[in-house]
Design a protein around this ligand. Sequence first.
Ligand code: PGA
Length: 273
Amino acid sequence: MFFYDVILIGSSQIITIMPKRQMIIAGNWKMFKTSTQAKEFAHAFHKLLPQWSSCEVVLAPSYTSIPVLASELPSYVKIGAQNMHYEAEGAFTGEESASMLKDVGVQFVIIGHSERRTLFQEKDEAIHLKVKTALSSHLFPIFCIGETLSERQQGLTEKTLERQILKGLEGVSAQSFSHLAIAYEPVWAIGTGVAASPEEAQAVHHFCRKVIASHFGKEAATNVRIIYGGSVKLSNAYHLLIQPDIDGALIGGASLHAEEWAEIIKLTQQVVA
Ligand code: PGA
């Protein structure tokens, strides 16, 4: 899970310093691409990608494209789902359970995306149940938080994020923070082309890590990967990803283009170098 930075002092002394968390580059396709288009993407992507990656790569297509991507993408690209129900089974028309997702090769699940919160009225309580179910089912949750523009303008960013973290992750054990990621996605930056600046994003990630440290302990805060989402593209990815508290990215629009997506993944090699 960790890469260690090693520095040389003088000619021979070696000191190990702060571990770096392994980056996650996750794509969120939302409601784009049929399974035929997903197959075309996989073929294009295959030719563009290196044989290995220094970061963890995740792609979350629509449900119908999961099987084709699970079989056509290189094995280091893990498959994610964009949502999941918290119950194991039952009369929940239109929903998918953790075991159904795992059965078709899903390993990661995006939970509490702002589009689910705002367009589908998902509340902190349901999101919390989904996080718990994902963890107990050995699915890796990418738990999304983020303030709206009006919350930011009213100076409520920190309060909003703290509430989302504490409600969404209530009762989660300190050890579980190695098995989940938090995606900070300011709602005003999603799909707008206007990302948070690297400095703004770093400050918020640092704040979130402090919240985790004070409520779940230092180890949880050191281990948890906090990734940034909201208009990440090839032109701004590097400056966001080199920030010390930014451990990767959740990418919508730019993950739909095989070439740009592959370039962002390759770029993480320069970030960890
Ligand atoms: P975007 O979407 O990269 O298109 O802004 C990010 C997301 O919604 O996860």
